[in-house]
Design a protein around this ligand. Structure first.
Ligand SMILES: N[C@@H](CCC(=O)N[C@@H](CS)C(=O)NCC(=O)O)C(=O)O
Length: 209
């Protein structure tokens, strides 16, 4: 098994934190997206979606989506479950994985990729180029605010997103909250639950991954 990866960007970091929580050590193959290595023919032959992370199974099959990679790793390494311990916890975990991906991650990605000159002509990931749409950046910033509000409500009276247990839903939300800093969006002063939770999950050694 091999993980195509780079320390720093949020999507690969989510897998790295997950691996660190599980204590799993797998082969890492660096792909320097900052230097455009993900758009080279050699990497396209591995992952034609030109993104990281990508996970190559022992039979050569490649998973290109972080969500699928995490679920595959959970099944391969079931010790220390991170998708919840009961049907109820798993329900909440899956619910919040979706919210953090669609309302959180996509909102930050829209904000950064449609405003930062580094992404001029590359407003969406993948093999096809796309122009920036400044209005999407503006809407992305507003959506980040809504995400913080919703996360704060979910964390009211709970240690972690799904209750008393730290899960992959916390990992995904941590990644979104830290990613939002790249567009100048810190945890709003009104979101005390998020601030308390963020300090807690950031103190785990896995957060350094
Ligand atoms: N759907 C993928 C998205 C992965 C993704 O967006 N990765 C970014 C790094 S965070 C990337 O590879 N960017 C390449 C680019 O900017 O062209 C996932 O969930 O893992």
């Amino acid at each position: 098994m091999k993980l195509y990866d780079l320390p720093g960007p949020p999507s690969p970091r989510r897998v790295r934190v997950f691996l660190a929580e599980k204590g799993i050590d797998i082969e890492i193959v660096p792909v320097n997206i900052r230097e455009g290595e993900h758009l080279n023919d050699a990497y396209k032959a591995i992952n034609n979606r030109c993104t990281i992370p990508a996970l190559e199974m022992d039979d050569g099959t490649v998973l290109t989506e972080g969500d699928a990679i995490l679920r595959y790793l959970e099944e391969k390494f079931p010790e220390k479950p991170l998708f919840g311990n009961t049907p109820e916890e798993r329900g909440v975990v899956n619910n919040w994985l979706h919210i953090s991906d669609v309302d959180g991650f996509v909102a930050v990605a829209e904000a950064i990729r449609n405003s930062n000159e580094r992404f001029a002509g590359r407003a969406i990931t993948g093999p096809r180029n796309a122009d920036q749409i400044p209005a999407l950046a503006e809407r992305g910033l507003a959506r980040i605010g809504y995400y913080f509000e919703d996360l704060d409500k979910q964390l009211e009276g709970r240690s972690y997103i799904a209750g008393d247990t730290y899960t992959v839903a916390d990992i995904s939300a941590l990644i979104v909250v830290d990613f939002a800093k790249m567009v100048g969006q810190d945890i709003p002063a009104s979101c005390a639950n998020v601030a308390r939770w963020h300090a807690d999950v950031s103190a785990r050694p896995s957060a350094q991954a």
